[in-house]
Design a protein around this ligand. Structure first.
Ligand code: ATP
Ligand code: MG
Length: 166
């Protein structure tokens, strides 16, 4: 089998090993500090992979000082920080994607919104395209993180993350 990796693929992706939960928090922080415009991030990964931990780093880096709880039962937790409305979704318990229609899902995606969405596959067809698809996977007790950009905004964020982490 031949795998073709182009320069564009390399520009559009970022990969790292996160050896403990503090590093997952720092990954979330570095993403947050790279944001310049409204952004949607899909957070992929098994139960307990670290999606909420990373979101905590993201939300707190932008100035939120309280807890960041998993919105498993409420589906979404809003935070207002500085110029941004942050919406942390967890769609694990979504039974039918149509529930997203009832909650007015489209209204959450404005030019002031930063949307982080756990279990986005449960909302398939009703969510906008993500700027970044982020995956967390288990590696023994540690985690691997991969980011892939789908948009120019996503690509700019990944370039900024790389410049912070070299
Ligand atoms: N890089 C890491 N190495 C080891 N443990 C980690 C790492 N990152 C996070 N954890 C730990 O993994 C556990 C689960 O994290 P978290 O709740 O963020 O997962 P999740 O992906 O949001 O799960 P769920 O799908 O159930 O919402 C926490 O105890 C957290 O401290
Ligand atoms: Mg979670």
């Amino acid at each position: 089998m031949t795998i073709n990796v182009t320069n564009q693929d390399i520009l559009n992706t970022y990969h790292d090993c996160l050896i403990d939960s503090d590093q997952t928090v720092l990954m979330g922080r570095d993403i947050a500090l790279s944001i310049t415009q409204a952004t949607t991030i899909f957070l992929h990964g098994d139960l307990g992979a670290g999606k909420t931990t990373l979101t905590r780093g993201f939300v707190q880096a932008l100035g939120h000082q309280g807890n960041v709880k998993s919105p498993t039962y409420t589906l979404v937790e809003p935070y207002e920080v500085g110029q941004w409305n942050i919406y942390h979704f967890d769609l694990y318990r979504l039974c039918d994607p149509e529930e997203l229609e009832f909650m007015g899902i489209r209204d959450y995606f404005t030019n002031k919104s930063l949307c982080l969405i756990e279990w986005p596959q449960r909302g398939f067809g009703l969510l906008p395209q993500a700027d970044i698809e982020l995956s967390l996977t288990y590696n023994d007790l540690q985690r691997e993180v991969s980011l892939t950009a789908n948009t120019d905004n996503g690509q700019a964020i990944i370039e900024s993350i790389k410049s912070r982490r070299i």
